[in-house]
Write a protein that binds this ligand. Structure first.
Ligand SMILES: [Zn+2]
Length: 410
């Protein structure tokens, strides 16, 4: 096993294709915003919040998600959204993460009474990311071409579950208006409103909204419920990713691909687990899984892997060496290393890469492939030919950095 140095991991060009804006705030920023906006939190110090809310270990997914109520409350403010977006891009740039696809559910932040419309929320996020992008790309090394430029694309999430209370002012009103509909109709209609809005914003304002996603409680809310939503995105040249196989079995991943046209899968953790299949119509579970693995690998449907987050929400994994990432590597699937939530998972892209190379045998050529997938399988906003040239530049830069750090025998 090659021992990669921290300095190399930090300097190599990286991407993050799976990071939640509302889970990736800086703690001091959150505290400042909570004080400014009168948000009640269990503590107003960094140590206090680390002890009570944003921990390094969690008992379960519920505890992991607990902190989002505070971050979402802070983000129901346009100035705060812009600042958090800007800071997230800056934090990534500092560790040479030069492509990010931050995601969030705009409807969680929306509140028409306070001017928080879909357009206002997206505009605020766009302004923050754009400012950080312009700053980075005006750096002399980027201008003279010796370092690749920074880019980003926004992923807009639909919530697979929301209720009449406690999610957001928008969702509460939405639920009221749909009072004669069944729960799943309400959820689907909510998601449909989101996708129609973001397609319009992308087309009319040229905002780099590149994909939709499905986030929130997976168990009981399979992707198939949202197939019309994904069909709308599909027919409007919008990319598609789905959180699937994080808390639910392989059939969720199958549905994401066959019914939602997923180009990428968030987590995909339980793709390999026969025991997680609950669909009674699947009689030969072993065969089903092996066919699905092969299909996903062959189509190069990229799995957005979030190692720390998976350990935190599934404590039964215990040791990272038991993580199904080993099967993804062995099956030569297209994978990308991601953080999920920089704040909630207390991590960075460099740390996630370090964990990957310290716990799994990844030769330099394979590491380079994984880095390359983060750019080649990105939902880059622009023409394919431009994306291709840029990804090529990034891979050349990777070679340069590898050589500098003495890892050159690719
Ligand atoms: Zn996620």
């Amino acid at each position: 096993m090659i021992k990669y140095t921290e300095a190399f991991i930090k300097e190599m060009p990286k991407s993050d294709l799976h990071l939640h804006l509302d889970g990736s705030l800086r703690i001091p920023t959150l505290i400042e915003m909570a004080k400014k906006n009168n948000i009640k939190m269990p503590s107003y110090t960094e140590e206090g919040l680390r002890e009570l809310v944003f921990k390094s270990h969690y008992a379960n997914l519920g505890e992991y998600l607990h902190g989002f109520q505070y971050t979402c409350a802070a983000l129901r403010d346009l100035e705060n959204i812009e600042r958090v977006a800007y800071e997230l891009a800056i934090d990534n740039q500092k560790e040479n993460v030069i492509y990010i696809e931050p995601r969030f559910a705009p409807q969680l932040m929306m509140d028409a009474d306070s001017g928080l419309t879909m357009e206002a929320v997206m505009t605020a996020a766009y302004k923050g990311f754009e400012k950080a992008k312009k700053e980075y790309n005006s750096h002399p090394e980027v201008v003279n071409g010796s370092r690749p430029d920074f880019n980003y694309g926004i992923i807009s999430c639909a919530m697979r579950k929301f209720g009449p209370k406690g999610y957001s002012p928008y969702y509460t009103n939405f639920y009221k208006m749909m009072e004669f509909s069944r729960e799943k109709e309400v959820l689907k209609e909510g998601a449909l409103q989101m996708v129609k809005a973001v397609v319009k914003l992308r087309d009319e304002k040229d905002y780099p909204i590149v994909s939709i996603d499905l986030a929130g409680q997976e168990d009981g809310y399979p992707p198939g419920i949202f197939k019309d939503v994904y069909a709308y995105a599909h027919k409007n040249f919008m990319h598609k990713t789905v959180h699937a196989g994080e808390a639910y079995g392989a059939e969720s991943i199958f549905q994401a691909i066959t019914e939602c046209y997923a180009d990428r899968i968030g987590h995909g953790y339980y793709l390999f687990d026969e025991n997680k299949i609950t669909d009674g119509t699947i009689s030969d579970k072993k065969k089903y899984i092996s066919e699905l693995i092969s299909y996903v690998a062959d189509k190069r449907t990229t799995i957005e892997v979030c190692l720390t987050s998976n350990l935190q929400t599934n404590p039964e994994i215990k040791d990272l060496k038991n993580h199904n990432f080993k099967h993804m590597l062995a099956n030569r699937m297209s994978v990308s290393i991601c953080t999920d939530n920089r704040l909630v998972s207390d991590t960075t892209v460099s740390r996630e890469f370090q964990l990957a190379v310290d716990n799994f045998d990844i030769p330099l050529k394979h590491l380079k492939d994984i880095v390359a997938y983060g750019f080649k399988k990105s939902f880059y906003h622009g023409q394919y030919i431009d994306k291709r040239n840029w990804a090529k530049k990034v891979v050349q830069h990777f070679d340069k950095v590898a050589k500098k750090h003495g890892f050159a025998d690719v």
